[in-house]
Structure formats: structure tokens, C-alpha cells
Design a protein around this ligand. Sequence first.
Ligand SMILES: Nc1nc2c(ncn2[C@@H]2O[C@H](COP(=O)(O)OP(=O)(O)O)[C@@H](O)[C@H]2O)c(=O)[nH]1
Ligand SMILES: [Mg+2]
Length: 249
Amino acid sequence: MCTTCGCSPHDHHHDDHHHEHETTGPGRNVIQVEMDILARNNRLAAGNRELFAAKGIFVLNLVSSPGSGKTTLLERTLREIGGRFRCAVIEGDQQTDNDAVRIAATGVPARQINTGAGCHLDAHMVGHALEHFDLDSLDLIFIENVGNLVCPASFDLGEQHKVVVLSVTEGEDKPLKYPQMFHAADVMLLNKVDLLPHLDFNVDKCVEMSRRVRPDALLLQVSARTGEGMAQWYNWLAAGVEAAKAANR
Ligand SMILES: Nc1nc2c(ncn2[C@@H]2O[C@H](COP(=O)(O)OP(=O)(O)O)[C@@H](O)[C@H]2O)c(=O)[nH]1
Ligand SMILES: [Mg+2]
């Protein structure tokens, strides 16, 4: 059960046998069950985080609403910096392996997780996906979460940073409408800026709303379509990879 919307992320997850936290017994109420789920997730996320630190891997959790351009952004990123860093991608979607197929076409190893009815990835699913990679040969792992600005905010995967992608077609008020997510993300990528001439999207207003929710977030304006602004994103990635390696030395 998802603590936010009550959905069941494990319904269709074939190798998850940990349903015991989802049953209410005498004296236990729904809130306690939800707290157990989050506590268990946090424990598993801490394990993932320790593993990433031990291997010196920089790990990012990409979150957004559906269609804001996460996969397109990753495709371009991997094509443009895939030669500099050894990357892998974990893809989360309710159904299909479309995104993993798109990523694999760039030559980077990709693993799809299908969450079925579930609206977010959790640390347990990510832990299993990691078993399919040679972690000793990786610098950078991108996790593309299920498209949803609500539930993924509550579930730590063990990443160093959440990166929220907001596209200019979604309206500038999204940081205020989904403050939990925009507060949790250390970086906001404002994507599809190539479309700005066709829209009445107010970038300054969006930046101001984002600052109200998370004053210190790094805000970058990019277009995954044209490549505009992507160099700043790559510089930030390079610094993160270097820091993860330095901490591990
Ligand atoms: N114009 C424009 N379209 C984009 C950009 N990034 C992604 N798209 C388009 O937005 C749609 C959804 O992109 P996708 O990467 O699948 O989004 P996801 O659901 O967040 O992974 C696709 O049609 C992309 O081609 C961009 O920077 N500019
Ligand atoms: Mg996608």
C-alpha cells in the first residue's frame, strides 16, 4: 500500500514476498501500517545508499509527471556524456519496457521495473534491479521513477539526489501544487524551453514559486529536444561523479 494514495505497488511485482507489513492485526491501525512501510523502505534505502557509497557511484532519482521528458533527457544525456562516464539506467513504469528499450538503444545498460498498479518505485525494487548490473564498473546510475508528482516524493531509493523535471507545457504553478516533491528535489530541470515562444508560460514566476518551496534548489533551463542548457546539467553531473569517487577513495 502506498502511504499517499493507498495504491498497492507490490501487486504485480513478481519477486516481492514482503507483504507482511501490509496486514493489519489487532491493535494496529492504518497509520501504523503506513509508518511500517515507510520505515522498512527507509531501511532498505539506507542499504542501497551504503552500497552506492562503497562503490563510489553517483545515483540520481528522476521524478516528474508523465511526459515531461525524463526519458528524452536521459537519451540525450547518455548520447552526449555516455563516453565520459560509465552509466546505467533503472526504468520504472507501470507497464511496458518501452523506456528501457529507448535507453538500451543508446548502448547503456538498462533495467526495466514494472510496478503494475503501483505509482512509485521503492528501495526494495531498486535493490533487486541493482543485482543485474556490475556495480564495480559504474560511475553513474540514473533511476527514472514512475511519472507521478505525488507518491515518489515519499519513497527514498538510496539516491544522492532527487531531480525533478518540470516541462513548460505543465504550467508554472506546479511547485506550489506539489510542494512535497519540489521540496524533496535538490535539482529542478525546467524542460522543453524550446517551446516557450509558443506558450504563455512565465519562467520568472515558475522560478519564484520553486524558490518559495525550496530556496536552495539548483534550477536549470533545458531542452532535451535541442540540447539548449544541457551543458550546465553535464557539468553538475561531472561534479557529482567526481565527488562520489573522491568520497570513496
Ligand atoms: N519540444 C520538446 N519536446 C520534448 C522535450 N523533451 C521531451 N519532449 C517530448 O515530450 C514527450 C514525452 O517525453 P518522454 O521523454 O517520453 O517523457 P517521460 O514520460 O517524462 O519519460 C515526447 O513526445 C518527447 O519527444 C523537449 O525538450 N522539447
Ligand atoms: Mg519515460
